[in-house]
Design a protein around this ligand. Structure first.
Ligand code: ADP
Ligand code: MG
Length: 324
């Protein structure tokens, strides 16, 4: 890994945090209960604050990874969360603790679990619900990008819900691969999960905010079809499918999907990052502002979309209506 010549820290990582890091054992103030999830270097457990009864998710970030001191990577994840925290679409950081093994982040608890479960469930969500979740995801992504942050690991496992039935609001989690643009010169790295990652990442080309929008396209595809667009029988095939943008728009899975949904997905799953719409542009796509037929016979408040950029890749709908 590249080290920064001045700080000696891995290049591009943020080192400054504001939240105090407590060395008090977690179980003094919290009752740690079941496991919510785990990845390569982290375990997430549900816990309850003894004084308030409030629930949290504690993410235990291992400081030693592959036999190496990776405290800087854990601190970076915490620093990114702090920079991103002013959005209701990003999971909130409440406190931090540190043990010999881990940096423990106390996060807002998202009780509805991963939207991944909605993608693989027998019954798919109606499109009117999918558009609400995609809109919220884009709002979160737009907030990150406004703060020069790129997530780089957006996938249905890292978008959580505040409640499951009915589906609540989304919370973006897992900033382990996130980077601040402009902190390490050009960003080119192999990161993320091949199934969800943009061609420029696989091809070792520069990474920009457009990289996250590819992933939003994959997530939208999965929510409306229940299938993963690029997943092959093995990693090699998946890589090839992504780098050739191998999507069959006449496949069975998409035949049950609205034309506007397909149009939205088509505009994001584009090989050249500069040809993908930004988060703000996506937010003015008519698919996201469609009235579900017969859902609301009452007159609906008309609210114009703000932040519609002049370079929008599509004509904005005449009237934008919030459909919930
Ligand atoms: P990793 O870096 O290991 O992928 P994540 O931050 O993605 O770690 O967390 C792993 C899993 O734990 C998530 O996919 C989710 O299922 C669960 N999880 C993470 N954060 C929360 C949270 N705030 N509330 C509820 N569940 C969570
Ligand atoms: Mg994750």
């Amino acid at each position: 890994r590249r080290l920064d010549s001045r700080s000696g820290l891995p290049a591009g990582l943020l080192a400054e945090t504001q939240t105090p890091i407590s060395s008090e054992p977690l179980d003094i103030a919290y009752e740690v209960t079941g496991e919510l999830g785990r990845g390569k270097f982290a375990v997430v457990k549900r816990c309850v604050e003894k004084s308030s009864g409030k629930e949290f998710a504690a993410k235990f970030l291992r400081k030693r990874r592959r036999g190496r001191d990776c405290r800087a990577e854990a601190v970076h994840e915490m620093a990114v969360l702090e920079l991103a925290r002013n959005s209701p679409r990003v999971v909130n950081l409440y406190a931090a603790h540190e043990t010999d093994h881990d940096l423990v982040l106390l996060l807002e608890y998202a009780a509805g679990g991963e939207i991944f479960d909605l993608c693989v469930s027998e019954e798919l969500l109606p499109e009117a619900q999918v558009t609400r979740l995609i809109r919220q995801t884009l709002e979160g992504v737009q907030h990150l990008h406004q703060n020069q942050l790129v997530h780089l690991d957006l996938k249905p496992q890292n978008i959580l819900l505040t409640s499951l039935a009915p589906p609540g609001d989304i919370k973006i989690v897992d900033f382990g691969l996130a980077r601040r643009l402009g902190t390490a010169g050009e960003l080119r790295e192999i990161l993320g999960t091949p199934e969800y990652v943009a061609p420029e990442v696989l091809n070792y080309e520069p990474i920009t905010t457009a990289t996250d929008l590819w992933s939003v396209g994959v997530i939208a595809y999965m929510l409306v079809t229940g299938e993963s667009p690029f997943l092959g029988d093995d990693k090699q095939e998946t890589y090839l499918n992504v780098s050739q943008v191998n999507v069959d728009y006449s496949c069975d899975a998409l035949s049950r999907v609205s034309e506007l949904a397909v149009d939205f997905i088509r505009k994001l799953l584009v090989k050249a990052p500069e040809d993908r719409p930004s988060a703000a542009e996506c937010l003015s796509h008519p698919w996201l502002w469609q009235q579900p037929p017969c859902l609301n016979p009452e007159p609906v408040l008309v609210r114009p979309v703000r932040e519609r950029s002049c370079g929008a890749k599509w004509a904005a709908p005449l009237e934008d209506k919030e459909n919930f």
